[in-house]
Design a protein around this ligand. Structure first.
Ligand code: N01
Length: 539
């Protein structure tokens, strides 16, 4: 099965899987009886949880559910030490799964796919890899992750800077020693918010460069108590089944729902929100009222509650105001979860620079120049996020039918059908791509579901002797219209977020995620399959 650099003919496989993160590994496992090879750019498994090893990196969905469901022995035996697992525990879990299910031998590590070209004569993909021999495959599963293509902004003079710098998603395995150092963090999204308290505690001085303040909730992380673990393990079967029919592929342990914000007096609103805050329910806080994400006025009540929490926590009122989001509704950018974030700004060694007041002018040899002064820095941390959802697919450099590239096809809009296939790019399946519930769902479970749908289809095509499946521009248009219609009724359009591509200069603005709910999404996909793959062309 292995190819060598000297092979005249590329070695052919049934399927190439790109990426050995959680979905790529599951695809490998599901297709274990076929000839499948997986290419992974990193030297280990885990995907997001391999790359994002920055200080404080931790999942913000409870680990008892943010884990694989496909093997009951695995979920009964595995023990998560904490409620929300840190990166190291998630990476250890990924390694355990790779060993337990014998996945490693089919993964080529440290091998980045740098080109995909569809050969119309043979209905096969030619897959080229950096520094290695190309291979061919009938089908490709791009399990490349929705948040994988890192965003390193084009700061003027960046190349001049002589200090150390790291993007949070390319963190050195041995860590970074901040002792005695002047550190700057650019970015206050989920990643910045997790890393800033940890860096502040280690560094001599920390300057936080904030362009837009985020709404963040306390994570209330804690050791996982045995009763909670046991409760999950006893009820896994039923809970996993419920997750499969839930809007976000997640299990809601104690959902509270108090109807509309406006069913209550201001005093009652505050009391209800206080109660929801103290329930330590994390992201479910946003479901306290039914209209938080559909009415700007209702949303403002919840937003102001969070701003009040900031004012209560941060001692300097000027800093508190700078940390208070005012330009977009709460939840329209990914809400963050933190451990001691706002408290960090009470430390004497921490300074907040508001880039709206004093923008970055350039990097200098010694640090960062903002409109008012120079900040000398030994280490700069870029917590500047990702070219989300589409970036990792575009970076594969894909060429489909008639020589059309994916970059050309998506120049104005990332089109596809069911979030799975792009017309003109046959036999190429995307996991967590645009048009899927992906990043608005519990991604391990929704990823498992997508992998199962795709791998079942691949098997069926083999059995029926069909060598090519494609979708049509009409099917893409229909899916796009359905997505737009659903997004129009939400507040997501009001934020310049990575959900709409606003963080990447030149990226077309479009709400990229299927917002109709994981349950509705899966019903739509199942119906399509039952109707003989309506919207697809099989030849
Ligand atoms: O990235 P982000 P992230 N000059 O894009 C700023 C998931 N996640 O890595 O808002 C100055 O959210 C940018 O400013 P602005 C989660 O889904 C999950 O933090 O564009 N600043 C922003 O503050 C999350 O949403 C977990 O004005 C610049 C920040 O950089 C997603 O990953 C943990 C800039 C980027 O924030 C991405 O989060 C971590 C520039 N040129 C992440 N360019 C958990 O599960 C960008 N910024 C816990």
């Amino acid at each position: 099965m292995a190819s060598t650099a000297s092979s005249a003919q590329p070695v052919d496989h049934d399927v190439v899987v790109i990426g050995a993160g959680f979905t790529g590994m599951y695809a490998l496992h599901t297709l274990r009886d076929l000839d499948v090879v997986c290419f992974e750019a990193g030297d280990g498994v885990g995907g997001t949880w391999y790359w994002n090893r920055y200080p404080g990196a931790r999942v913000d969905i409870e680990s008892m559910q943010y884990s694989y469901s496909f093997d009951d022995d695995l979920q009964q035996e595995w023990r998560w030490p904490e409620y929300f697992s840190p990166q190291a525990d998630l990476e250890a879990y990924a390694n355990h799964v790779a060993d337990r299910f014998g996945l490693r031998e089919r993964i080529r590590f440290s091998t980045r796919v740098d080109g995909l070209r569809f050969d119309e004569a043979t209905d096969r993909w030619h897959v080229s890899v950096a520094g290695g021999a190309p291979v061919t495959a009938r089908s490709v599963i791009a399990a490349t992750g929705a948040l994988n293509a890192r965003n390193v902004p084009d700061f003027p003079g960046f190349e001049r800077y002589q200090g150390e710098w790291h993007h949070t998603s390319a963190w050195p395995r041995d860590g970074v020693d901040f002792t005695g150092k002047r550190v700057g963090v650019i970015g206050t999204g989920s990643t910045g918010i997790q890393s800033i308290p940890v860096i502040a505690a280690a560094a001599d001085h920390l300057t936080v460069f904030q362009r837009t303040p985020a709404y963040t909730l306390p994570a209330f992380n804690r050791p996982l108590d045995e009763a909670h673990e046991q409760d999950w393990k006893t009820n896994y079967r039923q809970r996993r089944a419920e997750m499969r029919t839930n809007t976000a592929a997640s299990y809601r342990t104690s959902e509270v729902n108090h109807g509309s914000v406006f069913d209550h007096t201001p005093e009652q609103q505050r009391e209800i929100l206080e109660q929801a805050w103290s329930m330590r329910n994390g992201l479910l806080f946003l479901t306290t009222f039914t209209d938080t994400m559909t009415s700007l006025e209702a949303n403002e009540v919840v937003a102001e509650f969070i701003r009040q929490k900031i004012r209560e926590t941060v001692t300097d009122p000027v800093v508190a105001e700078r940390l208070s989001p005012r330009t977009y509704p709460v939840g329209s950018k990914r809400i963050c979860m933190d451990t001691g974030y706002y408290e960090t700004f009470n430390r004497p060694n921490v300074e907040l620079v508001d880039l709206r007041e004093t923008p970055i002018v350039a990097f200098t040899e010694h640090g960062i120049r903002t409109a008012d002064r120079d900040h000398d820095l030994d280490v700069v941390v870029l917590a500047t996020g990702f070219d989300g959802v589409t970036g990792s697919f575009l970076r594969l450099d894909v060429t489909g039918v008639d020589g059309i590239t994916l970059r050309e096809k998506w120049q104005h809009r990332a089109t596809n059908y069911l979030g799975l296939m792009v017309a003109g790019f046959p036999n190429l399946f995307m996991i967590h791509g645009p048009g899927s519930p992906g990043v608005l769902s519990q991604m391990i479970s929704s990823g498992e579901w997508q992998v199962e749908w795709v791998t079942r289809l691949i098997r069926e095509l083999r059995e029926r002797g069909i060598s090519r499946i494609d979708t049509t521009p009409e099917a893409e248009q229909g899916w796009g219209a359905e997505m737009d219609e659903m997004a129009e009724h939400t507040l997501y359009q009001y934020a310049d977020s990575w959900y709409v591509g606003a963080n990447i200069p030149g990226k077309p603005r479009q709400f990229m995620i299927y917002i109709g709910g994981f349950d509705r999404y899966t019903s739509r996909c199942e119906q399509v399959a039952q109707d003989g793959y309506e919207g697809f062309v099989l030849t």
